[in-house]
Design a protein around this ligand. Structure first.
Ligand code: FES
Ligand code: FES
Length: 137
């Protein structure tokens, strides 16, 4: 799903302008660029993107599609920056990806290889979602 949506939105540099200007919430004229800016400025979840941009807080009909889009953009940032997603074991997105490349097919299998989420446990939920997104790629 990651690939399909991102590739639809971000195919090439030439198309980026057009994509970034695409209005994804008619009520507040929010564009893809607005979502990306919110994420660049530190929004770390759909709710945080929503707080900054108001996306989906009008009629509500765009909420689900923008949740998916914001999560894809957040994932892209994590991957691009190879962020540490589990402080306890310094696990990066690349580590999760490598585990998947080497055959892990579930969060539990990724966890067995990387130890992600087996320390304080506070990163488990976000990494479950992240691994699900990476597995869907
Ligand atoms: S179109 Fe986004 S809240 Fe109405
Ligand atoms: S931050 Fe991942 S287990 Fe503590």
């Amino acid at each position: 799903m990651f690939k399909s949506i991102i590739s639809k939105f971000i195919k090439s540099k030439g198309e980026n302008k057009e994509v970034n200007g695409k209005v994804v919430c008619g009520c507040f004229k929010v564009t893809v660029q607005d979502l990306n800016n919110a994420i660049k400025n530190g929004a770390n979840s759909f709710e945080e993107v929503q707080a900054v941009t108001k996306v989906g807080t009008g009629c509500g009909k765009c909420v689900e599609s923008n949740k998916v889009l914001a999560n894809e953009l957040l994932l892209r940032k994590k991957v691009d920056e190879n962020q540490v997603v589990c402080g306890c074991f310094k696990v990066t997105v690349q580590d999760l990806n490598n585990a998947i490349k080497n055959g892990a097919k579930s969060f539990e299998e990724v966890q067995a290889v990387t130890k992600v989420g087996t320390g304080c446990g506070k990163c488990v939920e976000s990494n479950k979602a992240l691994v699900a997104q990476l597995l869907a790629k």
